[in-house]
Design a protein around this ligand. Structure first.
Ligand code: UD1
Length: 470
């Protein structure tokens, strides 16, 4: 463990954060996206690096001595916030395009900027590496999209199992190693395969004394991405991607180079964009195994999806002879490899344009249905009861006409993925759709307006609130 820092003497500097290093442009929440539909899309779209992998790996760089170089880090408000969180700990963060260099050797406090941590769920993940490397940490309860209560009990119990004293005080979690030296390995079974808790405990266990066994862990591709990164930094992690992970703790990790995996949620959103507009597009890079649950559902609906290269997919939802009808389907979200909760709202947008009755059940987050009332403003017929929605699809009889019966309207993005669902619905709707609070969408989609415009959509971001310098 590096020289311990004394929590009380090393609280975060008062803000504004000293330097915002991670990318130099910021989208603001009050942006408006205007879409004139219906759209037909064609061509190729490039998929950016994964937001969620980037957030976890940026946090994990705190475990490493020396400099780490990350490639394909997307320019998003969430990754910028994570950059500011690292800066607030006095880590050096330098950005050049989509490459980020981080050196955490100069970390001089263990309490990151509270305001920044409150902006993103991933900000809380730094508690694991800070505690493991410096022996203590104090991290505010996290923020992120308002989609449910999002507790941190699994993080707290897991860190206790690794030999930490962990307390919740004044809206922040304070933790320190019980033996005054370093974390000790332990066995911990998660009650639920939480992605964030799995990642945080993995980072902590990498620097703990002995062999840690984590069971009932998350199997998401981002967990595997993080394990690859940590192993390249000198960690010994086995089993990432399965429900049990074994970690042999090391005394230190070193800096390395890493390319972030493509964003499977962005990839899925573009497949859905092609489907809802009955278009044909190519996407790359993408790992098809990361989005197989969505691909299977889209094929059920009537889309043709095929590999068009080593890491590319072609989705064809074009109605060539007027007799192809898109069928509705049922979806229940669940942890990977189940249907991703982060694609539920966008999938519901598609289902409003498919024939027949579809059911959507959200089982991961308790309040992830705020897009329903916005979709209804476009004319969608959806009955909502708690976390279950019945969608009465409205595909028009002839595919030579445009398939959707949605009509443009003024909408508000309530959260990131719900906002993306409104963009998809706006692409399919007749007429003008205006989406306010579009900044939510830029938390997770790099250049979404430019990417869709490149495919032929008529979409603009309002000039009055366009990108501003940080
Ligand atoms: C991550 C992703 C998010 C995705 C989610 C599920 C990041 C930055 N975000 O979020 O995009 O939607 O996985 O795939 O990677 N829970 C507890 N106690 C805890 C932790 C979680 O009860 O201590 C519950 C949550 O309330 C939720 C469920 O577990 O109901 C899943 O949450 P979790 O997997 O932790 O999601 P995040 O890591 O926050």
């Amino acid at each position: 463990m590096d020289k311990p820092l004394t929590l009380l003497n090393h609280i975060a500097p008062s803000f504004p954060v000293p330097t915002l290093h991670l990318h130099d442009q910021v989208q603001t929440l009050d942006q408006k996206l205007t879409i004139n539909g219906p759209s037909k899309l064609s061509g190729h779209v490039h998929i950016s690096g994964s937001k969620n992998s980037s957030l976890a790996i940026l946090a994990a760089t705190l475990c490493c001595s020396g400099t780490t170089k990350l490639r394909d880090v997307p320019n998003l408000s969430d990754t910028r916030a994570m950059g500011s969180i690292l800066s607030s700990l006095s880590a050096e963060v330098e950005v050049s395009g989509d490459e980020v260099l981080i050196n955490a050797d100069g970390v001089s406090c263990v309490e990151p900027c509270r305001d920044r941590v409150k902006e993103i769920r991933g900000g809380f993940f730094v508690i694991g590496p800070l505690l493991a490397r410096f022996g203590e940490a104090a991290v505010a309860l996290p923020g992120g999209c308002d989609i449910g209560s999002r507790p941190v009990d699994l993080f707290m119990r897991g860190l206790r199992a690794l030999g930490a004293i962990v307390e919740l005080r004044d809206g922040k979690v304070e933790a320190r190693v019980r033996n005054g030296r370093r974390l000790v390995a332990g066995k911990f079974r998660l009650d639920y395969p939480s992605v964030g808790a799995t990642e945080t405990l993995m980072m902590a266990a990498c620097l703990a004394d002995g062999v840690t066994i984590l069971s009932n862990v998350a199997k998401e591709p981002e967990v595997i991405d993080l394990a690859h990164f940590l192993n390249n930094s000198g960690a010994h992690i086995e089993g990432a991607g399965s429900s049990k992970i074994r970690i042999l703790g090391q005394s230190q990790l070193h800096g390395t180079e890493c390319t972030i995996t493509p964003d499977r949620i962005e990839a899925g959103t573009f497949l859905l964009a092609a489907a809802i507009t009955r278009s044909c597009i190519n996407i790359s890079p993408v790992f098809p195994s990361h989005i197989s649950s969505l691909v299977h559902k889209l094929q059920t609906a009537g889309c043709r999806i095929r590999r068009s290269g080593r890491d590319s997919l072609e989705v064809s939802a074009v109605c060539e002879n007027g007799d192809r009808v898109f069928r509705g389907f049922n979806v229940t979200t669940s942890p990977f490899p189940g249907f991703p909760t982060d694609l539920q709202p966008q999938t519901m947008a598609l289902l409003t344009t498919c024939n027949g009755l579809s059911r959507v059940e959200e089982s991961v987050f308790e309040r992830r249905m705020t897009h329903v009332q916005e979709l209804q403003k476009l004319g969608a017929r959806i009955d909502l009861s708690g976390s279950r929605a019945l969608i009465y699809g409205k595909e028009k009889a002839s595919c030579f006409l445009f398939p959707s019966a949605l009509v443009g309207s003024e909408l508000t993005a309530m959260d990131l993925r719900g906002g993306a669902a409104l963009v998809l619905a706006g692409l399919a709707a007749e007429g003008r759709t205006e989406i306010s609070a579009a900044g939510h969408i830029y938390r997770g989609y790099e250049d979404i307006d430019r990417k869709l415009a490149g495919l032929g959509a008529d979409i603009q971001i309002s000039s009055s609130t366009a990108s501003v310098l940080a």
